[in-house]
Design a protein around this ligand. Structure first.
Ligand code: NAD
Length: 260
């Protein structure tokens, strides 16, 4: 039990977070799932992860806009499993609109969920990692942490922000056996992107098919979506001993998008 590692993954009832949780479970880790989900959805996700391995899988419904709930997420993981070895900040939302029509409450929600929640989880998890002399923090940023696109003011600001947070905490923890990195994926076909295709179509006055071909796959030289499984394997590598010298990095995984 003592060498079984524990991972906390925010926003892991769907998409990329769920994929990372399943991959980590296959490696025998304990997993703390999180998301804004109905009890049925949460339990379905918990089972889908639990089935993959022999570690323990629990769900915590902390809302990533609520600092006290975020603190309780980390405290619950530490109490239940004795520590958080790997923290994956993945929860995120998107809203696509012209700046002059961008709702202020959407700005606030995106900054809270996509950026500030990671400040709260990291702040709560680092003391335990320092005490054990080891830890892995993986922030799921985006190609939009490295470059911008129009109509995504809050998302691009939050993702650039989380790259800055990644670098800062990497420097602060570099001598403590902790690594902190950001994975910057290009487009991955998840529920988040499905919603974005519809929103972008509205903002740009295009059909959804045109958005998929002329906006999304146009940006990605490979003309293919990045897959959830590829990101999960990358996160697993960063979590391994082989990843110990990679810290403070913003790692593009975007089919060549940001090479242009
Ligand atoms: P998704 O919509 O499939 O999943 C988002 C998850 O976040 C869900 O589990 C949801 O319940 C959770 N969540 C949303 N609001 C929350 C809140 N207030 N509190 C707690 N949990 C909350 O999205 P996805 O595409 O898997 O995205 C995951 C991450 O990857 C996001 O940070 C996103 O920005 C990033 N990303 C996605 C893509 C892509 O193309 N899909 C590309 C680059 C980066």
């Amino acid at each position: 039990m003592s060498d079984r590692r524990t991972a906390v993954i925010t926003g892991s009832t769907s998409g990329i977070g769920l994929g990372i949780a399943q991959r980590f479970a296959e490696e025998g880790m304990n997993v703390v799932l999180n998301g804004l989900s109905s009890p049925d959805e949460a339990e379905a996700a918990r089972r889908a992860v639990d089935d993959r391995g022999d570690g323990k899988v629990i769900f915590h419904g902390a809302d990533m806009t609520k600092p006290a709930e975020i603190a309780d997420l980390i405290a619950t993981a530490e109490k239940q499993f004795g520590g958080v070895d790997i923290l994956v900040n993945n929860a995120g939302i998107q809203h696509v609109a012209k700046i002059e029509a961008f709702p202020a409450e959407k700005w606030d929600a995106i900054i809270a969920i996509n950026l500030t929640s990671a400040f709260h989880t990291i702040r709560a998890a680092v003391p335990g990692m320092k005490a054990r002399g080891s830890g892995r923090i993986i922030n799921i940023a985006s190609a939009h942490g490295l470059i911008a696109s129009p109509f995504k003011a809050a998302y691009v600001a939050a993702k650039h922000g989380i790259v800055g947070l990644t670098k800062t905490i990497a420097l602060e923890t570099a001598e403590d056996g902790i690594t902190v990195n950001a994975i910057c994926p290009g487009y991955v076909q998840t529920p988040l992107v499905d919603g974005q295709i519809a929103d972008t179509a509205k903002a740009r006055g295009m059909s959804e098919e045109e958005v998929k071909n002329d906006v999304i796959l146009k940006a990605q030289p490979t003309k293919e979506f990045v897959t959830v499984e590829e990101i999960a394997d990358y996160a697993l590598f960063l979590s391994s001993d082989a990843g110990r010298s990679i810290t403070g990095a913003a790692l593009a995984m975007d089919g060549g998008w940001t090479a242009q």
